[in-house]
Design a binder for this molecule. Structure first.
Ligand SMILES: Nc1ncnc2c1ncn2[C@@H]1O[C@H](COP(=O)(O)OP(=O)(O)OP(=O)(O)O)[C@@H](O)[C@H]1O
Ligand code: NI
Length: 345
């Protein structure tokens, strides 16, 4: 792969509360290549949105990105950016699409006004030129009757159309990198499919790189080239999408896949993983998934799993691997890796 657009390395983002320090993102590393869509998937509370907010420079007190974390975007170290530099990069380099367009679209201004304002701010367009470009953008996101809809307010748009308008507004900043955080979760499946298709078209036309966050493995299958499975602040498995679906390796990933309707053969039932994602408040010295894992054994509570190569461009952090070793050898392997590979306090 050529130089990645985004390279996140050992990202640790915590929230300080009176009682404890919540380790929302705890040593996360991944790359996004140019023109690539990389997914982050995991249940609620696993740290997906905090990862996105960390990249966007939107972590506020009592949150903190810990020293030693690195977020490189086009070779620039974002963790060293000040507010002004971050505003600049949010206005041009990196765009973000959220689950809830209500939060990004202002109800008291027309959709057109908001897109035109973004164009004026970020692309130095004014007057008729900006209006023409805003119409082009609404057409680019396939909003019918664009010139008329430009003068409507967000509440006059349906949910799917609002999300399209939100994407158009984001395109007004002409970003090269897009972070989508559950952009289709609030939509019904037909509209969801249309928005996913739109994102893929825009990606091809504009050469966008995308980080796509969702709790839905079905959506990941549609959109991602590579996938990171996240659990309790950590990435527990990473692989190209076909490889992940063909050979899921971490028991958590298997659990997520078993919960997709229609993936079971006749004998199996649709299953959900019992229990909830724990809130991590101490450095991991064990497997955070062990309490919910049907394959867990004693050592899972005592050694912190490290990433092991389990297939082509495919790693998993689980004490069941490397599969060819005995159980005690595997535990030793992970302990040794944790020491040399740099588990952090
Ligand atoms: N401002 C905050 N203060 C304290 N804790 C926070 C804050 N924001 C997030 N957290 C905690 O960080 C953890 C990860 O949250 P995050 O929102 O990243 O999860 P998520 O994977 O995006 O879940 P969801 O699918 O529900 O959006 C959670 O335990 C959450 O409670
Ligand atoms: Ni989230």
């Amino acid at each position: 792969m050529s130089e990645p657009v985004l390279s996140v390395s050992n990202l640790r983002t915590v929230f300080h509360t009176d009682r404890e320090t919540i380790r929302a993102v705890d040593g996360v590393s991944f790359d996004v290549g140019r023109g690539e869509t990389v997914g982050i998937v995991g249940e609620s509370g696993s740290g997906k949105s905090v990862t996105a907010r960390s990249i966007m420079g939107l972590v506020e007190s009592p949150g903190e990105i810990l020293p030693g974390s690195s977020i490189r975007f086009n070779g620039q170290e974002l963790t060293e950016f000040d507010d002004a530099q971050y505003r600049e990069i949010r206005g041009s380099g990196i765009g973000m699409v959220f689950q809830d367009p209500q939060k990004s679209l202002n109800p008291v201004y027309t959709v057109g006004n908001q897109i035109i304002e973004a164009l004026e701010e970020n692309q130095d367009l004014t007057g008729e030129e900006a209006r023409e470009e805003a119409i082009d953008l609404l057409e680019a996101v396939a909003i019918p009757d664009a010139p008329r809809r430009l003068d409507e307010y967000p509440h006059e748009f349906s949910g799917g159309m609002r999300q399209r308008a939100m994407i158009a507004m984001m395109l007004a900043c002409d970003p090269e990198f897009l972070i989508c955080d559950e952009p289709t979760t609030a939509l019904d499946v037909t509209i969801e499919a249309q928005i996913l298709e739109l994102l893929q078209e825009l990606q091809e036309e504009r050469g966008l790189s995308i980080l796509f966050i969702t709790h839905d493995m079905g959506v990941i299958a549609e959109i991602a080239d590579r996938v990171n499975v996240m659990y309790a602040g950590e990435i527990v498995e990473t692989a190209p999408v076909e490889e992940l679906f063909a050979s899921p390796t971490h028991p958590y990933t298997e659990g997520l896949l078993d919960a997709i309707p229609g993936r079971q053969d006749g004998s199996e039932q649709l299953r959900t993983i019992e229990g909830d994602v724990p809130t991590a408040n101490e450095a991991a010295s064990h497997c955070r998934f062990a309490p919910r894992c049907e394959h867990a054994f004693d050592a899972c509570e005592q050694a912190h799993p490290q990433h092991v190569e389990v297939g082509p461009e495919h790693t998993a952090a689980c004490l069941l691997y490397p599969g060819e070793k005995s159980r005690s050898e595997r535990v030793e392997h992970h302990r040794a890796q944790a020491e040399t590979g740099g588990d952090h306090e």
